[in-house]
Ligand binder design. Structure first.
Ligand code: HEC
Length: 526
């Protein structure tokens, strides 16, 4: 008896934690049929990921609440079990394809550029022809010039920024890359504290000691905002803008007149709330204005009031609300009206708020809320409320909403009659036109598609002339200039960036819908 026991113990120790058992215990309820949640990637989708990306998701990504109680070896064991591959050190393999010489960063505002998300503060996402340097007639002649593999990533949804002859790109494992815009060679890499999904903005900075130069600005999956020297990749400052464990940046911070405005979302609380004993919910969407030179907080504005105790759930857990109304996308700046607009997502907890699924305007100088225009009232939603095969969850709101977030930025543009209008597409498939002079009063709405709670509309462009007729199959492997094995996948991100006669696209979503991938593709005409 004793001998057998000893043998069993030794073999368990020799193998380390059992990934299959851990998966069954902690993950299967959402990720494996038949009880699976329709939003969670299934076993097959998880198998296609890199083991590193699963470790990342549990460490500081969307699954970090689920990963909290697991040790590092346990996270690795689950990742290796799911993918059938060992966790390697590919996340740090960024030394191939370095540029032969270090040319200093040139003025980002001079020369052709696509800076930040918008590419300007109104978020029209249309590129003026002189900046694009590419005519519609040339588009069919685009050829793949080079491909860059993002080490350790299975998603490539961070939009590249191009300015001063360089490309700046964030990545899922948290590495930010500065590449040469023509050749794709690497000038520097910077390691953020968590994944960087946001687009990057570039602008001048001056620090307290009088040093000046150009900085790149971005935010990570742990709600840290950064300024990094654009020439050297050296950190200038880092600022955590929200202490809530669910807080993360998905929308790009926007740089304007010496301030960086950082929007925050908190999707992992929607997921954590599926646990019946979770104290649902306390995350609030917000935008924080930082001094671009120092990272000091100028103001911080929330989309909903502070959560208050709202009774106990049937499991005895303290419940909180209101919560949610995350800001998923980059804010939009209206210099004429001195306002900053954000589009918000659903509420996470009762009582329902007038500022969820809405466009909310804040005073650009002070952060005071000016107005809010809601398109879908009472959309209170968390995971695990009433789907097929789901156990009743005592955290659920009284009435479960449709989960119709705004995931795209408001666009500030002009009507043919010269009047300003805010245009914003919703996950519901409906786009809205709002009047900035009448506190966001609805002018029109238009159903563009069927819509769904999954996926989203991330980057619409309002300029009809930008519609291309051109296709390129990215669902394949690529030879990359930095020697990192790279695959393309589906596009569920920002769309393409056209600048300086080149077209750049990241390929690979690997999240809820679509195929994984980890490649930045650069196209040009001969
Ligand atoms: C309560 C349900 C639930 C549990 C339990 C759960 N997940 Fe998830 N998981 C989800 C949902 C929902 C998503 C999609 C969320 C999103 O992308 O916003 C997801 C996404 C993921 C992703 C993709 C992350 C990304 O960045 O796109 C990975 C990897 C993952 N889960 C792994 C795990 C592992 C490993 C476990 C067990 C330790 C686990 N999950 C436990 C519901 C769950």
């Amino acid at each position: 008896m004793n001998l057998i026991l000893v043998l069993i113990t030794t073999s368990v120790l020799a193998q380390g934690p059992d990934g299959a058992d851990l998966f069954q215990r902690d993950c299967a309820s959402c990720h494996a049929a038949p009880t699976a949640d329709s939003r969670a990637p299934n076993r097959e989708a998880l198998r296609l990921r890199t083991p590193e990306s699963i470790v990342n998701a549990l460490g500081d990504g969307v699954m970090r609440v689920q990963g909290e109680k697991l040790s590092d070896p346990e996270r690795r064991a689950i990742a290796e079990f799911l993918t059938g591959r060992p966790v390697g050190d590919s996340t740090t393999a960024v030394n191939a394809g370095l540029c032969a010489s270090q040319t200093p960063m040139s003025n980002p505002a001079a020369g052709q550029h696509w800076n930040g998300w918008g590419p300007d503060v109104t978020n029209t996402r249309s590129q003026p022809a002189p900046q694009a340097g590419l005519t519609a007639a040339q588009v069919p002649n685009l050829k793949l010039k080079w491909a860059f593999g993002i080490p350790g990533a299975t998603q490539a949804r961070s939009q590249p920024a191009v300015a001063g002859g360089r490309i700046f790109l964030g990545s899922e494992p948290g590495t930010v890359f500065a590449l040469d815009a023509r050749t794709g060679c690497t000038y520097w890499t910077f390691r953020a504290q968590a994944g960087v999904r946001t687009a990057i903005s570039i602008g001048p900075y001056k620090n307290a000691r009088g040093a000046s130069g150009y900085a790149v600005y971005f935010a990570d999956g742990k709600a840290n905002a950064y300024a990094v020297d654009a020439t050297t990749g050296r950190q200038i400052w880092v600022r955590k803008v929200d202490e809530h464990p669910a807080a993360r940046a998905t929308g790009a911070p926007i740089l304007h007149a010496g301030r960086l405005y950082v929007p925050l979302s908190g999707v992992s609380e929607e997921t954590s709330a599926a646990k019946p004993d979770y104290q649902c919910c306390t995350f609030r969407g917000s935008v924080t204005a930082l001094d671009a030179n120092t990272g000091d907080i100028v103001w911080k504005a929330y989309t909903v009031p502070e959560p208050k105790p709202r009774g106990k759930s049937t499991t005895g857990a303290q419940l909180w609300g209101p919560a949610g109304a995350a800001v998923w996308s980059s804010p939009t700046i209206d210099t004429k009206r001195g306002a900053i607009y954000v589009a918000t997502g659903n509420s996470y907890a009762d009582p329902p708020q007038p500022t969820s699924d809405a466009v909310v305007a804040f005073d650009l100088k002070t952060g005071k809320m000016l107005w809010s225009s809601q398109v879908t009232p009472k959309d209170v939603w968390i995971l695990g409320c009433g789907g097929r095969g789901q156990a009743p969850n005592p955290n659920c709101p009284e009435e479960v909403g449709p989960d119709f977030d705004f995931s795209a930025s408001p666009i500030l543009t002009k009507l043919p009659n010269g009047r300003d209008i805010i245009v914003v597409p919703q996950k519901s498939g409906v786009a809205y036109g709002l009047d900035p002079d009448k506190k966001g009063e609805q002018v029109w709405q238009y159903r563009a598609g069927r819509g769904s709670a999954i996926g989203g509309v991330w980057g619409s462009a309002v300029d009809a002339q930008q519609a291309y007729i051109w296709e390129f199959d990215t669902n394949r492997s690529f030879e990359t200039i930095n020697g990192v094995a790279a695959k393309g996948g589906s596009f569920d991100g920002p769309g393409v960036v056209v600048v300086g006669g080149m077209l750049y696209a990241t390929s690979g979503n690997g999240g809820l819908v679509g195929r994984p991938g980890n490649v930045l593709l650069a196209f040009g005409v001969d």
